[in-house]
Design a protein around this ligand. Structure first.
Ligand SMILES: [Fe+2]
Ligand SMILES: [Fe+2]
Length: 303
């Protein structure tokens, strides 16, 4: 089976240097408070629950990304790409472990209904895991294209998005997203090494992004319905506004991903992210990751 698949590898693939020197696997040492308020963005239940909904997807999506990457690694020879894929697996595994802790607090602190959304996610990823390796790699690369949009948006607009927000959750999300940008080339490279065909990759941009966003929205609507917020005109107006802002900031990255010339290396990393990565290197081993001060109008790197 592996030999037959290896013959289908993309012979014209060549590894290109990535934007960061190294993909670092870091522990996510966030000590979330037990009484964490699921409405963690002040006066903004829509934004809180949108990101809570996306968080629900992670303990199902990210193990799926790791499993797909590990299967592809069996067929890939380039040692530089294999090293990147190993680091990708390590980072994604730490992400979903931390999301799992956060999601339990969300369920325990007011939203047991999230368990039903998670059941649907589990079933959906079980179905997806039966698709061909090419489809799964394209899905992974497509989803990772969207995360670049999220990283750029969430860091560049941090001053308005997270002002006064709960510090643990904000710090966790931003650290997750900057690691997404750090490993942004890996799923794309794995797809290019395996197949490289344009149309399945373009389909993967829509498949990976809309599937995750769709379940994130199901989580959000579940919580907003429980809170009785889908009947109030003010809340509905905010919902429309938040979704327009999301689309405005993230859609350009999906459009870029749909181009035949797309390469995640084209996306410039934010200075804040590079500063955070440099500062992390000086953090003594075993120390908790410092939290972002969301009351500071600049929200500087917290090291
Ligand atoms: Fe991740
Ligand atoms: Fe990722």
């Amino acid at each position: 089976m592996a030999i037959a698949q290896r013959t289908r590898m993309n012979d014209s693939y060549h590894y290109l240097p990535k934007n960061v020197g190294e993909i670092v696997v870091r522990p996510f040492s966030f000590d979330f408070p037990e009484d964490l308020d699921p409405l963690w963005v002040p006066a903004n239940p829509v934004r809180s629950h949108f990101f809570n909904g996306v968080s629900l997807t992670m303990p199902y999506l990210e193990p799926y990304l790791v499993q797909t990457s590990r299967e592809a690694a069996e067929l890939i020879d380039d040692p530089r790409l294999l090293e990147d894929m190993k680091a990708f697996d390590g980072q994604e595994s730490r992400h979903f472990e931390c999301h799992r802790r956060l999601n339990k607090l969300l369920r325990d602190n007011g939203y047991p209904e999230f368990a039903q959304v998670e059941q649907r996610l589990k079933a959906s990823y079980a179905r997806l895991s039966k698709r061909s390796l090419r489809t799964r790699l394209a899905y992974s690369a497509g989803f990772e294209t969207m995360t670049n949009g999220f990283t750029t948006w969430m860091i560049a607009k941090r001053r308005s998005l997270w002002r006064g927000a709960e510090r643990h959750v904000t710090s966790f999300w931003l650290m997750h997203m900057l690691e997404e940008a750090e490993h942004k080339t890996v799923a794309f490279d794995a797809y290019m090494a395996y197949s490289g065909k344009y149309l399945p990759r373009a389909f993967g941009v829509l498949h990976g992004s809309l599937h995750v966003l769709g379940y994130g929205l199901i989580g959000m609507f579940t919580a907003l319905k429980k809170d009785g917020r889908l009947r109030r005109p003010g809340d509905l107006a905010r919902l429309v506004r938040e979704m327009c802002v999301l689309a405005w900031n993230v859609a350009p990255f999906l459009l870029h991903g749909l181009s035949p010339w797309h390469n995640p290396r084209d996306f410039k990393d934010t200075d804040w992210m590079l500063e955070w990565i440099a500062a992390y290197k000086k953090l003594p081993e075993g120390e908790l990751i410092p939290l972002i001060d969301t009351s500071d109008p600049e929200m500087p790197v917290p090291f």
